[in-house]
Design a protein around this ligand. Structure first.
Ligand code: 5GP
Ligand code: MG
Length: 178
């Protein structure tokens, strides 16, 4: 199977946007006291690029959560055995690849809120333009707003594939080509 669409967002645009986001975050937040939490696996490329544009942060940790099966949200969020740092009274920056139905991020935010952090800021590379039923959180920093298509690349996968593409593509598969 081969990707048949040209990139939706090219690496140069991503690079530029990541710098812009880092600048905004630095203006708004005292980065040196910031606990960063990255949602695995999709956000890992975005997070490592963004973090390299920030001054030293207080800590970087990872949470693994999953809600997609193939190209569709299962409607259920699976959280894996996660070691979460103590964020009580601290400012947290949550980094996620896509804000889609919002279920994953909502679950992670609710989980972190049990520890009474001072603030939680949500930074997402992509936000799909859509209505989100029952979601009370919103993103503080967004790279790109996109239409409601399934995308891959720059960390985002289709059943484990395409994560390491440097650009972001809308997924359209030509099954006639191997
Ligand atoms: P949500 O819980 O907001 O529906 O979805 C969040 C998670 O689902 C994202 O972290 C991502 O892992 C996955 N996801 C949502 N939309 C897409 C998409 O278009 N492409 C890929 N590859 N993953 C997606
Ligand atoms: Mg994800």
């Amino acid at each position: 199977m081969q990707l048949i669409l040209p990139p939706l967002i090219r690496r140069e645009q991503i690079r530029h946007k990541v710098s812009e986001l880092a600048e905004k975050i630095c203006k708004d937040i005292d980065v040196e006291n910031l606990c960063v939490i990255v949602i695995l696996k999709g956000a890992v490329f975005f997070a490592t690029d963004l973090l390299r544009e920030l001054p030293p942060v207080a800590s970087i940790d990872f949470i693994r959560a999953e809600s997609y099966q193939g190209c569709n949200s299962s409607g259920k969020v699976k959280m894996f055995d996660n070691h979460i740092p103590d964020v009580k009274g601290k400012k947290v920056l949550l980094i996620e690849d896509i804000f889609d139905t919002g279920l994953t991020t909502q679950k992670v935010v609710d989980y972190l809120r049990e520890q009474s952090p001072k603030d939680i800021y949500l930074c997402v590379l992509l936000e799909k333009k859509k209505y989100r039923k029952g979601i009370t959180i919103s993103s503080d920093y967004v790279g790109f707003y996109i239409e409601d298509n399934f995308v891959v690349g720059y960390g985002m996968d289709y059943d484990g594939k395409f994560r390491n593409l440097p650009d972001i593509h809308i997924l359209a598969l030509d099954k006639s080509i191997d």
